[in-house]
Design a protein around this ligand. Structure first.
Ligand code: PA5
Length: 458
């Protein structure tokens, strides 16, 4: 293997294949080979401009990357102590997944000198406990707000921003806008940002929220913390380049997409677990759950389609969910994420209740436990895939994000659904506006009340 290839992420498919799994639980090589040709146009379209989504094309827009990197450097020089990232769904999960994977695991607890950048806080809910507590604690005089909303009108983001803006204004007066950067489009937030003189980073029009991790939506906050986002995007570009060159049979995203689709549709495995063996990748599992759930869970004629994604974390969830995966209903495909190397090394001493671990590297134990779980699943005929990263670094993470986004696009093609809309999210929003008495939603109120289930309070 060349040293460049050693930097590539890989997909291990063996745990999902029949035989040795029974045909009712594993996919055969012939089934994979028969399905792959249906994906021939997906990546060429995504790269060439015919597709609704530009998540691969945007990787080559170097001026976009440069402007956010330059802006992050400028803001870092201003010496802020805290950054508050306000957004929800795709406008928050990518940034959090990237920050948690690539920043120091104790970033916010380190002294300033070792942190090398501001502390980072995510507000992605309208829970007064979280935002209220943050505002009690953070000194807004030394805080920067990064508010992210493609539409510019998402109610949760707007509510959070309005509260923080008012608190900022109280603390720093008319200079509040200098403490705010907005990643947004042409909607209400963009208009206010322009009028008030906030710094604006463009949210690419052709990239949807959950596919926006490698644009300023997902990159700017981690860049403020000192993450090398240029290397991250280079990793994404590397994966896009591989997918453009390789045959579909050698393309890990295509094979993962086909296996996941066949498992859900032909092998009765609609529950698809994303289980990284790394604390730093725990938010990545949540990011993937949103990516898959919102992109693939769609109405198709009279039927609803799409796998149900489930997050888990190794080894912790071996003591929680793995019992269910091994002995519960055989309705799951588990996708592991592992690393070949660790960023830190810890050797277990011999004194203590597990003397047999003397001299064993903790990372080796982590990997052995992942392999043990894969074997335990295989023994009872349960399938798994495994994404292998050389280690958790910007390049590998960029490759993985792009691979999982493209896997989702491949699955959407197989299901025949649009991965880039979310009509099902609208109904709940409209009902909430009607209940709040928002102007323009008066007619909905009666319908909402009529459709509210009769109360049965115990
Ligand atoms: O993936 C998506 O499209 C959604 O989860 C959005 O990111 C989320 O609804 C937030 O939307 P916006 O960025 O418009 O505030």
């Amino acid at each position: 293997m060349t040293s460049a290839a050693r930097q590539d992420i890989r997909l291990e498919v063996g745990g999902a294949v029949a035989p040795p799994l029974e045909r009712s639980h594993g996919v055969t090589r012939a089934e994979i080979a028969r399905t792959l040709p249906r994906l021939a146009k997906v990546v060429p379209d995504l790269l060439g401009g015919d597709a609704a989504s530009g998540f691969l094309r945007v990787l080559s827009r170097r001026s976009l990357l440069k402007s956010l990197v330059d802006e992050a450097a400028r803001q870092r020089r201003r010496g802020f102590e805290d950054v508050i990232h306000i957004g929800i769904g795709g406008s928050s999960l990518g940034a959090e997944a990237i920050w948690r994977a690539l920043a120091h695991p104790q970033h916010n607890l380190l002294p300033r000198r070792r942190r090398g950048g501001p502390r980072i806080h995510f507000i992605d809910n309208v829970d007064p406990e979280s935002l209220g507590a943050l505002l009690e604690w953070v000194d807004l005089k030394t805080a920067l707000v990064h508010v992210v909303s493609k539409s510019g009108g998402t109610v949760e983001t707007a509510a959070g921003f309005q509260i923080v803006r008012a608190a900022l204004e109280k603390r720093v007066g008319s200079r509040w806008a200098r403490h705010c950067v907005a990643t947004t489009g042409q909607g209400a937030l963009g208009k206010i940002a322009r009028e008030e003189g906030m710094t604006i980073l463009p949210f690419p029009e052709d990239v949807g929220g959950r596919f926006s991790g490698l644009t300023s939506s997902g990159l700017f906050t981690p860049a403020l913390a000192g993450v090398d986002v240029t290397a991250l995007v280079a990793g994404g570009r590397r994966m896009a380049g591989r997918m453009a060159k390789l045959s579909l049979a050698e393309n890990p995203a295509a094979v993962a997409g086909v296996v996941a689709f066949l498992m859900a549709e032909r092998k009765a495995k609609p529950i698809q677990v994303m289980m990284p063996y790394a604390d730093a990748l725990e938010p990545l599992a949540r990011w993937f759950v949103q990516l898959s759930g919102e992109s693939l869970g769609k109405r198709k004629g009279r039927r609803g389609v799409g796998p149900t994604p489930l997050p888990a974390r190794g080894t912790t969830d071996q003591h929680s969910q793995v019992q269910l995966f091994v002995e519960g209903p055989a309705d799951k495909l588990v996708s592991f994420v592992t690393t070949r190397r660790d960023r830190r090394s810890l050797t277990i001493p011999g004194e203590g209740p597990a003397g047999y671990l003397e001299g064993v590297e903790l990372g080796r134990l982590l990997r052995a436990e992942q392999q043990g779980t894969a074997v335990a699943l295989a023994r009872v005929g349960r399938p798994s895939l495994c994404w292998e990263l050389p280690e958790i670094n910007p390049s590998a993470l960029g490759q993985l994000l792009v691979a999982l986004e493209t896997q989702t696009a491949y699955q959407a093609e197989l299901y025949g659904v649009n991965a880039y809309d979310q009509p099902g999210v609208e109904a709940g929003k409209v009902a909430a506006f009607a209940l709040l008495g928002r102007e323009g939603y008066e007619n909905e109120r009666e319908a909402v009340e009529a459709d509210t289930p009769e109360r049965w309070t115990i």
